[in-house]
Write a new protein. Structure first.
Length: 644
């Protein structure tokens, strides 16, 4: 997409697809109300007069108005509320400047150049700040924001509801102190309790005349889960719309998510059989391309009240927020989002206002080849796993080889041998007739058919032959050396790219531009902004020649292993003078997570700083997987000190 088109943010393509059935008689007003729930302690052990002693709430409200005397807000006005609240809701860290970096990261994540995020900040919304409130009574929609999210993530849909005659109460996703949301039940329930307190508070105020007899819920992603928890506790709510919410969940992707969701379902907090509210779930994409589920929980299948289901097969999870629509990531993402907005408005119109139009619209919608009202069906057969165990040794002296890469060819499935040369690789049965590749710096790679290994013994031995490489001769001349630093010098503490607890074997890096003169490498440096690893971890430094724009041969002729202590953060500098590395052309430098001294917990991660940088981030989950390029216009905080 041409970045200049970001400036046409609100020139929506209403001529594409179905004609809008809703008639908007209002504009969208916007206000924020701040209050405190003194029935809940927020910051443990805080003094009674501490502003964080009790649960603070900031509720963003979109509402119908006919007052357009004030100027329309910029997206920046909504977006920077995130930074303000990040600073207010805790007193341990300073998040000043956080929103400036976050917008760059978001733009890169949606496929634009990172710098185009700044243009998004200056785009005009349809919200009028502090516009007057008309003397009419309106039904209310409670928006349950996605994981750690706020109303700005779906501001256009919330504006459209206000324009259609609804008061929208946006409930941010804020957990227990210091405010970070998690999938744990107590944190999730904080958002639910925030919504209930807001409803009770506004019933006794005179600012808005809200029809609390006609209430609905709109939930995005994890907000779909908190939404059904709220619905279960408040049976008078008449309707709910879930935007690709976790009320529809497929088990088998990660053990952590399976555990969190199982805990919620087992806690007797959800009783779908008692639900009287009308319910609509809109789902995106085809998750079964990524994994085969072990099972599923579909809230919508367990209710007896009126329900609707729509599957947008061409959409991704992020297409259910306003941001892909705003950034115009693709023509289809814009069209899909408008169809989701229209479906949401018509659904609430039917069940909160008694206005027809929903059925006719949906009947036309499902005639499109990329939309269906039939739920996704996944194979019921269980995926069997075969465990391949063994050890890697040197063919020359039979010594054990540490940190050898073992992976299924052209697959994300792989592992690394431990310090004793031992490994275990989990192989799905559908991969049983493929081959694995065993590779290590200084040794010739070996390819072996999995079938040949699994028909031998329980624990196999694989031997690698040394690779005696002939080095190119470098002629030195007496001269005065110059020094420079290659790479990205960011030390951001806000934005980063992570190694997650279960991603042993993951590798990520950036391209380093090198002039043609011989560059003698003195040091490699990188910045860790966040580290919750509870055990010492080890990373391998790799430097690849670039072949057809992709990583080729690794020019490092011996393992360069970097140990990171638990919780260690800040700048890490590795002396490479003894390694005699000479660069004469551009390389891709990566860090590969190869070992840990203990078991990682699901909440643990290590984050490398990210900042503006031409070239993006190269990433893969195992040595045999394809290296993918992500985050256009941004790069990891990797630098290399060289002299030439």
């Amino acid at each position: 997409m041409n970045p200049a088109k970001v400036l046409t943010f609100f020139l929506l393509l209403f001529s594409v697809g179905l004609r809008s059935q809703t008639v908007n008689n209002y504009h969208a007003g916007f206000q924020t109300i701040h209050f405190v729930d003194s029935s809940r302690t927020y910051k443990p052990d805080a003094a009674f007069n501490d502003t964080l002693r009790f649960r603070p709430l900031d509720i963003d409200i979109w509402y119908p108005t006919k007052d357009i005397a004030t100027e329309k807000m910029l997206f920046e006005d909504l977006f920077k509320l995130h930074e303000e609240r990040a600073n207010f809701y805790q007193d341990e860290e300073d998040y000043t400047g956080f929103s400036d970096e976050l917008i760059l990261y978001m733009a890169a994540g949606y496929g634009l150049d990172a710098k185009d995020g700044k243009r998004l900040l200056k785009i005009q919304t349809a919200s009028y700040k502090n516009a007057s409130v008309p003397g009419e009574k309106f039904p209310v929609v409670i928006y349950m924001a996605g994981y750690n999210g706020m109303g700005w993530e779906n501001y256009r849909m919330l504006e459209s509801l206000a324009e259609n005659g609804y008061v929208v109460l946006s409930i941010s996703s804020i957990g227990r102190y210091p405010g970070n949301m998690t999938n744990d039940i107590p944190d999730t329930m904080e958002q639910v309790l925030d919504a209930e307190f807001t409803m009770g508070f506004l019933k006794h105020q005179k600012l808005f005349d809200i029809d609390f007899e006609n209430m609905g819920i709109l939930g995005l992603s994890w907000g779909g889960m908190s939404g059904i928890l709220l619905l279960d506790r408040n049976p008078d709510i008449k309707a709910m719309v879930s935007l690709d919410g976790t009320d529809n969940f497929y088990f088998g992707d990660t053990d952590e998510d399976d555990r969190y969701l199982s805990n919620i379902y087992a806690a007797d907090l959800i009783h779908p059989g008692k639900t009287r509210a009308a319910f609509m779930h809109m789902e995106g994409g085809d998750r079964f391309d990524e994994f085969i589920p072990k099972g599923a929980y579909r809230y919508i299948d367990s209710i007896s009240s009126p329900s609707k289901y729509l599957h947008f097969s061409h959409s991704k999870h992020e297409d259910f927020s306003s941001l892909t629509w705003a950034l115009q990531s693709s023509k289809m993402s814009v069209i899909n989002y408008e169809e989701m907005m229209e479906s949401t408005n018509l659904f609430f119109n039917k069940y909160l206002k008694g206005v027809e139009g929903l059925e006719a619209y949906l009947n036309q919608l499902v005639k499109k080849e990329y939309i269906t009202d039939r739920p996704q069906i996944y194979p019921k057969t269980e995926t069997k796993i075969q465990s391949l165990k063994g050890s890697i040794k040197s063919q020359k002296d039979l010594s054990s080889l540490s940190f050898v890469n073992i992976g299924i060819l052209n697959s994300e499935i792989g592992t690394v041998s431990n310090k004793k040369g031992k490994f275990e690789l989990q192989i799905p049965m559908n991969e049983a007739f493929d081959s694995i590749r065993i590779s290590m710096i200084g040794y010739k790679p070996k390819k072996v058919a999995i079938e040949d290994l699994t028909t031998t013994i329980d624990s196999i031995e694989i031997f690698l032959e040394e690779d005696i490489a002939e080095l190119n001769e470098i002629v030195l001349k007496t001269k005065t050396w110059k020094k420079k630093k290659l790479g990205n010098q960011t030390i951001s503490n806000f934005i980063g790219h992570l190694f997650y607890y279960d991603q042993l074997g993951k590798e990520m890096g950036i391209k380093l531009n090198v002039n043609k003169k011989p560059n003698f490498v003195e040091a490699f440096n990188f910045h860790i902004s966040y580290n919750r690893f509870s055990a010492k971890s080890f990373f391998r430094l790799n430097m690849y020649e670039i072949e057809d724009g992709k990583p080729g041969k690794n020019i490092v002729n011996q393992n360069i292993i970097i140990g990171i202590e638990p919780k260690q953060t800040g700048m890490i500098s590795i002396d490479l003078e003894p390694n005699d590395i000479v660069l004469t052309k551009d390389v891709i430098a990566t860090l590969e997570w190869i070992d840990t001294e203990g078991e990682m917990k699901p909440t643990e991660a290590l984050v490398i700083s990210v900042g503006l940088f031409t070239g993006g981030v190269y990433e893969r989950n195992s040595k045999e997987a394809k290296m993918r390029k992500r985050l256009k216009g941004m790069g990891l905080g990797f630098t290399m000190d060289v002299r030439y």
